[in-house]
Ligand binder design. Structure first.
Ligand SMILES: [Zn+2]
Length: 399
């Protein structure tokens, strides 16, 4: 079964290998989007079979007319914490009226999550994943980290596995009440890791004042690696510190937040392949200074964008909001922001099959009610998603 999508006014492919005309005199970074105008896409089964100018599109079993709209690859949201229970709306309201954000608020969600049934957790994640999909997110990573017991971390990851292969063990989110940091690191690197590893692809540590220091982070990541888990880090969100340099030194795939960076941190990232994943929903929701994306791009650092969807510091699932914030507040061009939310999100998860629209890739694409991707930042807060295709199937609007 094949389908050809015709009438695409502007197709962002992110396909660096494609021989499409590049707009070198266009907006900053637009060459990396490898845009094709008046384009068509042919889908066979779950994968892209062909992309190119509509005038030379091959025939297919059925045709769909995009009506001149723009099409982009589905967003790859490489950082989320969707397995939780409870509500922290009042805490947000308090913060907006003057109380600072600290890592300790995580414990509120931990209590609610432990009290929830598996069914309640499943239902919550399903609702959030559907919410993300309706906004154009077709791939995502989900972390544990609100269980913080052997049982609750393992079941959080088992729940997450129903929705994505990219599950991340974040037992080292915060030290739970009633234990010492030393005892808790022993638990995380011992029985908790053994229970979590079968359900996880990645391991993560919240490396921050009030959470885990660099030495603890190093030990936890090493234990994860011994159990076959790939490492990533939360680092330099609230203060300057050694987390980003640890990520670069270890050659981790991604280090996330990167809000407080010394020159040595930027230099270490530039000398590594580690991707700096920026999470502007956090700064927006905690009223913190935004990371300086321009500084990272200018230094040659690889940059991704993700939602960090979580109940404490960033309860948004909107990648379009992240793009708008990155452009308005962090010095990214609209092209850099879209690329960071798609192709670089995929790279931050070591995913070769998504984030790019090219033959052989998964047919994940988003139809925008707009003539250009530029409208994602130009029209903030406007629901521009007219349709979402995931693995070659229309998944939004519901059919
Ligand atoms: Zn996070």
């Amino acid at each position: 079964m094949s389908i050809v999508i015709v009438g695409i006014g502007e197709l962002t492919t992110n396909d660096a290998s494609a021989s499409v005309p590049r707009s070198h005199d266009g907006p900053i970074g637009e060459d990396r989007l490898a845009i094709i105008r008046d384009a068509a896409v042919v889908i066979e089964g779950s994968t892209v079979a062909w992309v190119g100018p509509a005038a030379s599109a091959p025939a297919a079993d059925t045709a769909y007319d995009a009506g001149g709209r723009a099409v982009i690859p589905g967003y790859v949201d490489s950082h989320s914490h969707l397995v939780f229970a409870g509500d922290r709306g009042p805490e947000f309201a308090a913060r907006m009226t003057g109380e600072p954000y600290s890592a300790g608020g995580i414990r509120t969600t931990v209590a609610a999550t432990r009290a929830a049934t598996d069914e309640q957790l499943m239902a919550r994640v399903a609702r959030l994943v559907a919410e993300m999909r309706a906004q154009g997110t077709t791939s995502l990573e989900i972390k544990s980290g609100y269980g913080l017991t052997v049982h609750d971390e393992a079941r959080s990851l088992a729940v997450a596995r129903h929705f994505t292969e990219d599950t991340t063990f974040l037992g080292a989110h915060v030290v739970p009440t009633g234990t010492t940091p030393e005892d808790y690191v022993d638990l995380v690197t011992g029985p908790m890791l053994s229970a979590a590893a079968p359900h996880a692809r990645w391991i993560d540590v919240f490396c921050e004042d009030g959470a885990f220091d660099v030495d603890q982070g190093r030990a936890i990541l090493a234990a994860g690696a011994d159990n076959g888990l790939r490492g990533r880090l939360h680092a330099n969100q609230l203060t300057f510190g050694g987390g980003v340099r640890l990520a670069a030194e270890l050659g981790l795939t991604a280090v996330d937040h990167c809000t407080y960076l010394a020159d040595a941190d930027v230099g270490a990232l530039a000398d590594s392949a580690t991707i700096a994943t920026l999470l502007p929903g956090v700064e927006f929701s905690t009223r913190q200074p935004y990371p300086d994306a321009r500084r990272l791009f200018d230094a040659g650092v690889r940059v991704a964008l993700a939602s960090d969807c979580n109940p404490g510091s960033s309860f948004t699932s909107s990648m379009a909001l992240c793009i708008a914030l990155a452009v308005r507040e962090m010095g990214m061009s609209p092209a850099e922001a879209l690329h960071a939310a798609t192709a670089m999100g995929a790279a931050a998860l070591e995913r070769e099959d998504v984030g790019v629209l090219a033959p052989g890739k998964r047919a994940d694409l988003v139809l925008l009610d707009a003539p250009s991707y530029l409208h994602l930042a130009y029209r903030p807060g406007v629901p521009l998603v007219a349709g979402v295709w995931q693995s070659g199937r229309p998944v939004h609007p519901a059919t």
